[in-house]
Design a protein around this ligand. Structure first.
Ligand code: UDP
Length: 330
């Protein structure tokens, strides 16, 4: 298929964020190919393009896929993403996030396209010395998840300096919500993230929601995060991709709204949106959690003209709830 729009290989495109980006790209007529091992992704979340089922670690298949498809750019989502799990199983994070990213970088720097949009995370800041955390805030991860992404970013920066890669890394804050058209959303039974967990509790899949830590030095004692709607994040990828292809300018951007909400605030809005006064239980702090993470995200607004459309915790929860209700409990 020929298209004036770029050919995009999306690693991890069957997953939660990847599938929203595939949808945004596909709606603009991009020629998309998804590469995913379906470990947490789902075939039916892919709205556009073909799927190659493969491991990121399988660099022979990855190389063949790149040679056959000849993408103009790669967007890389395929990673492990849970802070708590990373404290329990650090090697999974080093292998899956660092080693596999390295394999992908080698393939694309040898075979082309040599251009990559990378999913990074606010976890690279650890417990930031300044809030909001801007891109130049000290990088000091406090969990293997953040470390794994920082190592990947460091390698990419070096490859870029050696003229072997053009890249943009997007440091996501807390991504939530679902496609406002309700075609796709998060489909992960063992979900551990707060919003999904709260809604699944409202739905009756869990008997109670544990609040990990109520004694933080925050106004209500619970952790504060910058929750961002997945569709706004998807749009940031499209802008980043277009900009990288046009200007070849390597960059790192925070993607968040610059607004913090506590765990209690999320619970209250979740109860309001669902109409269910679900049970919550105070629990010990979860290892590896920073008390407060809020994005300083002026740079992406200024340089990429990113204009978020869904900057509302209520809207995030409403779309996530509509999606959650449409899923089978089984
Ligand atoms: N959290 C919680 N109960 C849960 C899941 C998460 O209290 O069942 C808290 C977690 O400790 C953190 C915040 O909610 O303070 C956001 O956690 P999440 O796992 O959603 O994202 P993270 O910030 O770890 O990427």
């Amino acid at each position: 298929m020929s298209s004036s729009y770029p050919k995009v290989l999306v690693c991890g495109g069957a997953g939660y964020i990847g599938s929203h980006v595939v949808k945004s790209l596909g709606e603009r007529g991009a020629d998309v190919l998804v590469y995913d091992n379906l470990s947490t992704g789902h075939r039916d979340m892919i709205t556009h393009g073909e799927l190659v089922v493969g491991e990121l670690a399988d660099t022979d298949l990855l190389r063949k896929t790149v040679i056959n498809f000849r993408p103009d750019i790669v967007i890389h989502f395929a990673a492990s993403i849970q802070v708590g799990e990373s404290m329990q199983k650090p090697f999974n994070y080093y292998y899956n996030n660092v080693i596999n990213t390295l394999g992908l970088l080698k393939v694309i720097s040898e075979e082309g396209p040599g251009a990559l949009i990378f999913s990074s995370t606010a976890a690279v800041y650890g417990n930031p010395d300044k809030i909001p955390a801007h891109e130049d805030t000290t990088l000091a991860p406090i969990n293997p998840y953040g470390t794994s992404k920082l190592i990947s970013e460091t390698i990419m920066a070096e490859l870029a300096a050696l003229n072997k890669l053009d890249y943009i890394a997007l440091r996501y804050f807390n991504v939530a919500g679902a496609d406002p058209e309700n075609r796709i959303g998060q489909k992960y039974k063992a979900a551990t993230h707060l919003i999904t967990r709260a809604l699944k509790t409202a739905k009756g899949e869990f008997s109670t929601l544990k609040i990990f830590g109520t004694d933080y030095e925050t106004p209500d004692g619970t952790c504060i995060r910058d929750y961002i709607h997945v569709t706004d994040l998807a749009e940031a990828h499209v802008l980043a991709m277009n900009n990288l292809l046009k200007s070849k300018k390597n960059a790192i951007y925070n993607v968040g709204y610059g607004r913090g909400s506590s765990v209690w605030e999320v619970i209250n809005i979740a109860r309001e949106v669902t109409g269910v006064d679900f049970s919550v239980e105070k629990a010990p702090r979860r290892e590896g959690d920073p008390p407060k993470l809020i994005a300083g995200a002026e740079k992406i607004r200024k340089e990429l003209d990113w204009i978020p459309k869904h900057d509302s915790l209520k809207f995030i929860l409403e779309t996530a709830w509509r999606w959650e209700k449409s899923l089978d409990v089984s």
